[in-house]
Ligand binder design. Structure first.
Ligand code: GLA
Ligand code: ZN
Length: 680
């Protein structure tokens, strides 16, 4: 496994974050202190200019970057590199006043008033022209600066605009998608239903709240279009920077479990994947370890967008955030655990929002490396500084990659379609959670899955799980068949293969598109249970006898025409005696079908069996411990994270703990929240 450094300018891992010196230009003493403290904390990178438009261009056309140039130079002279943002995440008042089309319209088509942020119309020609001027001038001034690492496009792109320009663009986008043939669209959207037929593309509206919002194909295409529109805006900014001479890599900060846009589409148009990680630690509904596993899942999702290079944790909070229902401080040791988890999962950076707290306005109480007290002896500062030293100690992991053999399929349009489908229970569909539960089960066996799309290349994987793959993209049925035929282990669940990419039901039995043959069964009914309903399945042992019972929750499918081996049968209800979990020998591989929802821990035998079939060695980890592996050509780095406050011992660990220098032979003791990086 090759080492793929993201940045040649910085030797090891990046440590730093969003820095807003423009708020302190009248306080040179503070700006000086900031640099002093950053150096002390081992900070080597800052992100500048994220919301600086009003400082760059206080009145229209009056653009000056002198203040920024001075800051970038100064940082560079002090060994701190810059990630430079285009300032399009928020707009100055003069811009909205003069060009109202820059302001987004809501889902009733009503134009927003000026204010807040992340709320521009991605298609407004007037706004784009202002962006073009701003971004070109930024690139002309700073491209090639020795202190410049990369470009940060806008900030946390998100949301939908329902203005007339976007409406028109949507119609054009649909015309392209359906070959300018309205009958193709009518067919795909099944518009004869409820007399929803369209005569021409210009009759079609976005799914306004007070308009047409129950044609499911329209709803889905609107989300696909909005992904396209945001990507188009992002590409416009990138192209503008490039035409003005920028050659540095680009990124934009993605968000956790983000729902608005399909990141599998966006990923191809950006050089580096980065995301903003804001855990809600020490909460009262899950353990730290459970919450951290959700973080890991997100890291895995972002890592897997571009597997051949590290990703960046672009933001995280030193201490606390200020926008959760309860803004609790991270307890001592948690800062390191959260930060090291990012590195463990494949990030080459630990970056924060923010270096220094803003003195006023809505984020004045958000965590920062430097607090209002202004000293370098706060608990948070000291933890950040310690982390800076730890990152330097393990700097050799920069550029290393993972080589996971297990993957989980997580398609955005499948998420959207499941949520929008009028069936099951909106209380319990829980697609995201279902994927996470499968991830967690592998993690408990010391195996980390990648999180991929059904359209990506699967050739690296030996085991693929596709829970609730309700929407089958074109060709995916055949792709699954090939994967299994060639020796893969493929696990699927209830609610798989029901519709095609247009959301039209697959005829002839589920799972459709040839998958009934791969799984050796058809599903005739999917039954939704109330939370109080009780059913069980009994797991059948190798001798064909029922061995133990497992509770069923939420969903149970009635299978028919089962030719696959039956691994579990329903115990009760009207499905009693019918197959509930099956395994089909297909070609050289196995296709598993889990027809009902259970706790994954209760069906761990299935995971063990798949891993054994795939020849992947695994070790059950102690409760609350995560293991992640990064590889270079010559070494492997196993990260062990104790996500609990209790001491624990991990079996079968050998190597050198880079963080302590200890040689570990046989078993690894970890204190509460301790992290070990074991080099082999
Ligand atoms: C987001 C934004 C930042 C900041 C943080 C606060 O991630 O990108 O500008 O508002 O949230 O947590
Ligand atoms: Zn718009």
């Amino acid at each position: 496994m090759e080492r793929k450094k993201l940045f040649t300018k910085v030797a090891g891992l990046l440590h730093g974050g969003d820095y807003n010196p423009e708020q302190w230009l009248d306080r040179p003493d503070i700006l000086r202190k900031d640099i002093e403290y950053m150096k002390e904390a081992g900070i080597n990178t800052v992100t500048l200019g994220v919301f600086s438009w009003a400082v760059h261009e206080p009145t229209e056309g009056n653009i000056s970057f002198d203040w920024l140039a001075e800051i970038i130079d100064n940082l560079y002279e002090n060994g701190i590199y810059t990630v430079l943002a285009t300032p399009t995440g928020a707009r100055p008042a003069w811009l909205d006043e003069k060009y109202p089309s820059a302001m987004r319209c809501d889902d009733m088509g009503v134009r927003n008033r000026h204010g807040v942020r992340h709320n521009h119309c991605m298609q407004s020609p007037e706004f784009r022209e202002k962006v073009r001027i701003m971004d070109s001038k930024l690139a002309e001034r700073f491209a090639g600066h020795p202190g410049l690492l990369m470009w940060h496009i806008s900030n946390e792109l998100g949301g939908y605009c329902y203005c007339d320009t976007c409406r028109k663009k949507f119609q054009e986008w649909l015309a392209d998608r359906y070959d300018h043939d309205i009958e193709k669209l009518n067919k795909a959207w099944w518009t004869t239903f409820w007399s929803h037929k369209f005569n021409s593309f210009d009759q079609i509206d976005p799914p306004y709240k007070n308009g047409e919002n129950c044609v499911l194909g329209l709803n889905l295409d609107w989300k696909r279009f909005s992904t396209w529109s945001a990507t188009d805006f992002m590409r416009f900014e990138i192209d503008t920077l490039r035409s003005a001479g920028a050659t540095e890599p680009t990124t934009t900060n993605f968000m956790e479990m983000f729902y608005d846009y399909d990141y599998h589409y966006m990923k191809d148009f950006i050089d580096v994947i980065s995301w903003d990680n804001y855990p809600e630690m020490h909460n009262n509904w899950q353990t730290d370890a459970e919450h951290l596993l959700e973080r890991s899942f997100n890291h895995a999702l972002f890592r897997s967008l571009k597997k051949d290079q590290p990703f960046m944790m672009m933001e995280s909070a030193p201490g606390l955030v200020n926008w959760r229902p309860y803004n609790k401080y991270r307890r001592p040791g948690m800062h390191k655990l959260i930060s090291m988890q990012a590195i463990a999962t494949g990030s080459d950076t630990v970056q924060y929002f923010q270096i220094r707290k803003s003195r006023g306005s809505s984020e004045q109480w958000h965590g920062a490396v430097i607090d209002h007290i202004g000293t370098n002896d706060t608990r948070v500062f000291k933890e950040v500084k310690k982390l800076g030293a730890d990152l330097a100690t393990i700097s050799e992991v920069a550029g290393t990659l993972s080589d996971n053999k297990v993957a989980i399929i997580f398609d955005w349009d499948n998420r959207w379609a499941i949520d929008d489908a009028w069936c099951l229970s909106n209380e319990t569909k829980n697609f995201d959670k279902t994927c996470m539960n499968i991830y967690n089960e592998f993690m408990s066996l010391g195996i980390e899955p990648d999180i991929i799309s059904s359209d990506m290349d699967w050739s690296d994987y030996k085991i693929i799980c596709a829970p609730m793959l309700y929407v089958l993209h074109d060709g995916v049925g055949e792709k699954i068949a090939d994967f299994v035929r060639n020796g893969g282990q493929f696990m699927s669940t209830y609610f798989t293969g029901y519709v095609n990419k247009d959301l039209l039901a697959n005829l002839g039995g589920f799972p459709g598109d040839g998958l009934s043959e791969v799984f050796g069964l058809r599903s005739e009914e999917i039954d939704t249970l109330y939370p109080e309903d009780v059913n069980k399945i009994s797991i059948i042992d190798k001798a064909g006898k029922p061995s133990y019972s497992v509770a069923v929750h939420d969903y149970q499918e009635l299978l028919r025409d089962v030719t696959a081996d039956v691994l579990a049968r329903y115990e009760g209800d009207y499905v009693a005696g019918k197959p509930a979990i099956t395994r089909n020998n297909y070609g050289d591989g196995h296709a598993y079908y889990v027809a009902c929802r259970t706790n994954q821990k209760d069906i761990e035998f299935l995971y063990r069996e798949m891993l054994e079939h795939a020849g992947i060695a695994y070790t059950k980890l102690p409760e609350g411990v995560e293991k992640h592996t990064r590889l270079s050509d010559d070494n492997s780095y196993d990260f062990y994270l104790n996500c609990t406050t209790d001491e624990t011992v991990v079996p079968k660990v050998t190597g050198t703990n880079l963080l302590t220098g200890d040689n570990v032979t046989g078993s690894l003791s970890l204190n509460g929240y301790e992290v070990a990086v074991i080099k082999r």
